[in-house]
Design a protein around this ligand. Structure first.
Ligand code: CDP
Ligand code: CDP
Length: 204
């Protein structure tokens, strides 16, 4: 039987961290849908056509540290406004969501467009300052040469582009439960998320 947990929210809010832990807790598979857009964005930086890149994406394209750079993130958010790019990626995400044994998908439009029928929906947020601090720390740890101000500007610009686009904009689904992680440790955020999903399973 399939069971889908949709986790959306702005850049670096903690979606991936929470999704991985929630998936491990319930024994579900996890898909970071941002990687799909990052992979297309990376191809475009190498000169590819975005729609063609989205149509010919393979799971091998989703591997690699090069997808984690701020340049690729910016390119991802630019290709993500293109309707044909989004359309080319829908079926892969829906098939993943329907897999037997349960799935957690995180992104921007999972609860609204990809899986409006998801059994549980979370909208994970945090202040832009906190998110920039966390992403900065992560990039520095991975050996990247970035400034904290550039990271903040990147996060703010991507959020604005994601919220303002016509197709599948970043917005909480009406039936999503919001978790603001600004003042939560990872452990607290994860246990809150698990609590919400357990509540849904019990019909609360
Ligand atoms: O997936 P998303 O971009 O929303 O965020 P993430 O990659 O899960 O989290 C960004 C960074 O924030 C990671 O380095 C996490 O370890 C950290 N984080 C945190 O410090 N506290 C939280 N409550 C959640 C995430
Ligand atoms: O990890 P972070 O939150 O910084 O970004 P990501 O989840 O890897 O997503 C990179 C970009 O892909 C976002 O800024 C969005 O423009 C786009 N994206 C999207 O449009 N829809 C999704 N379901 C996931 C990502």
């Amino acid at each position: 039987m399939s069971y889908t947990i949709a986790i959306d929210g702005p850049a670096a809010a903690g979606k991936g961290t929470i999704s991985k832990a929630v998936a491990a807790h319930f024994g579900f598979a996890h898909l970071d849908t941002g990687l799909l857009y990052r992979a297309v964005g990376a191809c475009v930086l190498l000169g590819a056509d975005p729609v063609e890149a989205a149509k010919s994406l393979t799971s091998e394209d989703l591997q690699g540290d090069n997808l984690r750079t701020p340049e690729v993130a910016q390119s991802a958010s630019k290709v993500a406004v293109i309707g044909e790019v989004r359309a080319a990626l829908i079926e892969f995400q829906r098939a993943f969501a329907r897999r037997a044994g349960g799935a957690v998908l995180d992104g921007r439009d999972i609860g609204t467009v990809i899986c409006p029928e998801a059994e549980a929906k979370l909208f994970v947020t945090a202040s832009a300052e906190v998110r920039a601090d966390r992403r900065f720390a992560e990039l520095v740890q991975n050996g990247m040469d970035v400034s904290r101000d550039t990271v903040l500007a990147d996060v703010v610009e991507r959020d604005r582009r994601d919220r303002e686009r016509a197709e599948a904009p970043l917005v909480a689904a009406q039936d999503a439960v919001e978790i603001d992680t600004s003042n939560l440790s990872i452990e607290e955020a994860v246990s809150r998320a698990i609590q919400v999903v357990e509540g849904r399973k019990n019909g609360i």
